[in-house]
Design a protein around this ligand. Structure first.
Ligand code: SF4
Length: 151
């Protein structure tokens, strides 16, 4: 399971397949990470530095985070894609096609000026999260998605 949590200036990624339940995140920010709550991550409960430190303590890479840089990422169901915006200007996009095997991610692109901000990862995670909710398989085809899946 892949989840994307966004609040204010921080974006947190969680990949349950890598989670070994070491609970370092829980010890680092118990208000944010509560295994008995649904959703178990709530970024409104603690300041960003505390969350950032707790995420950094994750020993398996199940958790990771980036700053949002005021960039929003949304899922566009009509056009089979996720899109990233900065101040109403589209700066990135991740596209998939629907096949019998599932959703094939064939293109991920972020404008060069906005590189190294974790936007491509946010775009792919937005699709993964949506597909998983619908119990749809996701197949990475583009090189970025392939590399993310093999992390
Ligand atoms: S620290 Fe990482 S591996 Fe441990 S419970 Fe939290 S997310 Fe899972």
């Amino acid at each position: 399971m892949h989840k994307l949590y966004e609040q204010g200036d921080i974006v947190v990624f969680w990949n349950s397949e890598k989670c070994r339940h070491a609970k370092r995140c829980v010890h680092g920010s118990p208000q944010t990470f509560d295994p008995n709550r649904r959703p178990w991550i709530d970024l409104t409960k603690a300041p960003t530095p505390e969350v950032w430190q707790a995420v950094s303590a994750c020993p398996t890479g199940a958790l990771s985070c980036v700053y949002s840089h005021e960039i929003t990422v949304s899922f566009d169901e009509e056009q089979n894609r996720s899109i990233a915006f900065y101040k109403d200007v589209q700066i990135g996009e991740c596209d998939f096609r629907i096949t019998l095997e599932g959703w094939e991610i064939y293109h991920t692109e972020v404008l060069p000026d906005y590189g190294n901000k974790g936007i491509a990862k946010r775009l792919v995670y937005r699709i993964l999260e949506t597909a998983e909710k619908k119990c749809i398989n996701v197949i990475p085809i583009c090189s970025y998605a392939v590399s993310l899946f093999s992390e």
